[in-house]
Design a protein around this ligand. Structure first.
Ligand SMILES: *Cc1c(COP(=O)(O)O)cnc(C)c1O
Length: 498
């Protein structure tokens, strides 16, 4: 079941007035509790367990700081993600670098930073050795490989969430695995990890038990083939991919139950393979599970049209804010602020609506023929749920669309305490879209981009709202008092309480 938006319709209106629309809203308490809960559940069964948050899911530094404080490491897959991990001061052993078709420049960045490198192909062993040698660095003592066992699966409707198997571009195939470890060992590696991620958005426990069995089997083969002692295996990393319920009525994953099951499978497999005793640590690198349910894309409907017997609600957001529906056909729950969400198409208050964005592409749809409140229309705030992962971060600027600001709903001091919303990323500006372009001098004058940023933000605001970093309002604890919230709104500049 997707999480309800933690702000009431009036609170959302107040946020829209302050920050414009569209915006991404993230729930600090939800994210932190989810991360801590996951770690606690697994650490209970796997001493030394580590969760590395997959940075690409939501690479906002405020969120990453929140997560590292909650005990997560970071899983990076690009030089920019390594950069932010470094700037956040994350210890190198708490950073995994799992890239794909990696450049030598990026390998060097990772080696210099001293993070845990997870290689995706045997050829990268020589590349890494070469760049280390060139930079006067030793070959990393700890090295990991991503294994593609020839299987892949997902429980989501998105075929591209299958990340393993013969048609996936990821991972080292079985026939190269032994040689890869042997070569790394010959180059000076003394400790080893083994990684596998063959699916994303996985809802079944069986996927994970299979992953652990396949990994331990591969580890046993490599250990004996390459002569790697059991105590030199630092970890197995079963990847990210723990799914979330995008649809109403869909159950959530249960990490405690899963961890207990995996413990049983790991012990049984280890005994069967003669590995019992010094078992490697268990690592994971979930993105979606940790932040996905705690993000909401909020956009205003500004055009309604009927055409060919269908009703369209046009939002001021588009697929540059959330491209999963357009790119994958993925489902995201949608609600309309202040209007009850119909149970199904038979609900008399429901009407099948197309919810679309402003982009000049016909896959710029958030929902097709979705039963939504028949009264939904111009002026309403639409909330697209589960935008806390792979949403803002997948944004792009095609058609000159500007990426939305990211707002953090701070942990409330207690029940009924005021809600505080703080902007943790500015809205992009039109000027910034062109800031890195240039016109050859013989083609005439350069663009004048000295327009004040506020004038090029192209945000929708209801009236004049001064630019403030944050505001506080008195949240009324009493249910049904929502209307009073707006009047209790106290737009005050408040000190950051982080
Ligand atoms: C994207 C990615 C993840 C996170 O996937 P989720 O489905 O968001 O958990 C983890 N590891 C790697 C290597 C990835 O590329």
């Amino acid at each position: 079941m997707p999480k309800p938006c933690p702000l009431s319709a009036d609170e959302l209106e107040a946020v829209a007035k302050e920050h414009g629309t569209p915006f991404q809203l993230y729930d600090e308490a939800g994210i932190e509790d989810q991360a801590r809960g996951l770690i606690k559940a697994f650490a209970g069964s796997f001493p030394g367990f580590k969760q590395f948050y997959a940075v690409k899911a939501l690479p906002n530094p405020a969120i990453l700081r929140l997560l590292t404080r909650a005990g997560c490491g970071l899983d990076c897959s690009s030089a920019s993600e390594l950069f932010v991990a470094d700037k956040l001061g994350v210890a190198p052993e708490d950073v995994m670098y799992t890239s794909n078709f990696t450049s030598k420049a990026d390998l060097l960045t990772a080696a210099r930073q001293g993070v845990v490198i997870n290689l995706d192909d045997i050829s990268l062993v020589e590349d890494l050795a070469g760049v280390c040698k060139g930079a006067g660095l030793p070959f990393p003592k700890l090295i990991c490989f991503r294994f593609n066992p020839g299987l892949g699966r997902t429980d989501s409707e998105t075929a591209s969430n299958v990340l393993g198997g013969p048609d996936a571009k990821f991972g080292v195939p079985r026939e190269d695995l032994l040689a890869a470890y042997s070569r790394a060992k010959a180059l000076g590696a003394t400790r080893f990890g083994l990684h596998m991620m063959t699916g994303s958005c996985v809802m079944s426990d069986d996927y994970w038990t299979e992953t652990v069995s396949v990994l331990l089997q591969a580890l046993a083969e490599v250990a004996s083939g390459a002569g790697i002692a059991r105590e030199d295996w630092a970890f197995i990393n079963i990847g990210g991919g723990l799914g979330i319920p995008y649809r109403a009525g869909e159950p959530e994953n249960d990490p405690s139950r899963l961890a207990k099951r995996l413990r049983g499978v790991m012990d049984a497999e280890a005994a069967r393979l003669g590995l019992a005793g010094a078992l490697p640590r268990l690592y994971m690198e979930n993105g979606r599970y940790v932040t996905g349910p705690f993000g909401w894309l909020v956009a205003r409907c500004h055009v309604v049209k009927r055409a060919f017997g269908q009703r369209y609600c046009g939002l001021d957001a588009c697929m540059s804010n959330l491209m999963r529906p357009g790119m994958y056909g993925a489902y995201h729950h949608i609600s309309v602020a202040g209007k009850p969400t119909p149970e199904d198409a038979d609900d008399p208050a429901a009407e099948p609506l197309n919810v679309v964005g402003t982009l000049c592409e016909n896959n710029d749809w958030f929902a097709k023929q979705r039963p939504l409140p028949a009264s939904a229309g111009v002026g309403d705030l639409f909330v697209v749920h589960d935008s806390g992962a792979h949403s803002h971060s997948m944004g792009f600027q095609y058609n000159g669309k500007l990426r939305a600001p990211e707002l953090l709903l701070r942990r409330r001091a207690g029940p009924g305490a005021p809600a505080v919303v703080q902007r943790v990323r500015e809205r992009e500006t039109i000027a910034s879209l062109f800031a890195e372009t240039s016109i050859p001098a013989d083609l005439g004058a350069p663009l004048r981009l000295d327009t004040p940023a506020a004038a090029t933000r192209a945000e929708a605001r209801d009236g004049e709202a001064p630019t403030r970093k944050m505001f506080v309002w008195a949240a009324l604890a009493a249910a049904g008092a929502a209307a009073a919230v707006a009047t209790a709104l106290a737009m005050t500049r408040a000190r950051q309480t982080a």
